[in-house]
Ligand binder design. Structure first.
Ligand code: SF4
Ligand code: FES
Length: 245
């Protein structure tokens, strides 16, 4: 399927998102709530582009991460209109996460003025929703989006230590603005107001997961049975395969 991308003819696969096409073609588009594991969420609106599909008179704005290409179209990823929108989005996101270096960089790039900061919890959160998604993927749903409007924030129910949380830290690792606080000290991980014991890898001794995470994964699959960290697990697997062939 032919797509005119910034004036150049390109081939897209039906059902492919504009962002996927741009990534393949090395056309940069800023994103916050997109993650390759989950695809686009359309939450942050940072990836806005202009699209005009075959038969349409005017180009309209769309989030590149969620817009799926199903017929011939023209896509523009940089224009005055897009610049203005991204400037506004950066300005609003920076208000929530003033300390984030990526947002600072984007604010300079789009000449976004400073607005008065709002205090958010966790600090620096831009409400992209990736952490909630990661927690759901783990099958836990220990964190939610609470309240509405300016009070909206991500938290455990009633801000209390959640029975569902296994301390896997998938939320903290995926967060684009490093907004989720996590402390690791004295073989303990503290996250979302809960303390977890860290387990050391049987082979290299590196602390690699919480006891609750390992127990949970053992129940669901073979993963974790051998008490090895990811890197030692791969090495063991490579040796087994080598011996086998
Ligand atoms: S804590 Fe991070 S991942 Fe979660 S919504 Fe906020 S910015 Fe996104
Ligand atoms: S990256 Fe597309 S809307 Fe957030």
């Amino acid at each position: 399927m032919k797509i005119k991308l910034n004036g150049k003819e390109r081939e897209a696969m039906p059902g492919e998102s504009i962002l996927e096409l741009c990534k393949r073609e090395n056309v940069p588009i800023p994103t916050f709530c997109y993650h390759q594991a989950f695809g686009g969420q359309g939450a942050c609106r940072m990836c806005m582009v202009e699209v005009r599909e075959e038969g349409q008179k005017e180009a309209r704005l769309a989030a590149a991460c969620t817009y799926l290409l199903n017929r011939e179209a023209e896509v523009i990823t940089e224009s005055d209109r897009i610049q203005r929108i991204r400037r506004t989005i950066v300005m609003l996101l920076k208000r929530r996460a003033a300390g984030d270096p990526i947002l600072k960089e984007l604010a300079d790039a789009y000449a976004a003025p400073d607005l008065e900061a709002v205090v958010t919890e966790p600090e620096n959160c831009i409400l992209c929703g990736l952490c909630i998604h990661a927690c759901e993927e783990m099958g836990k749903s220990a964190i939610w989006s609470m309240f509405r409007g300016i009070d909206k924030r991500i938290a455990t129910p009633y801000d209390e230590a959640s029975d569902d949380c296994i301390g896997c830290a998938a939320c903290a690792r995926i967060c684009p603005t490093h907004a989720i606080s996590m402390e690791e000290k004295d073989s303990k991980r503290i996250i979302w107001n809960k303390s977890f014991e860290l387990v050391a890898c049987r082979r290299c001794g590196k602390e690699y997961a919480t006891r609750e995470e390992i127990e949970y994964l053992k129940e669901r699959s073979d993963y974790g049975q051998e008490n090895l960290c990811e890197s030692c697990r791969k090495k063991t697997l490579a040796i087994t395969v080598k011996n086998y062939i």
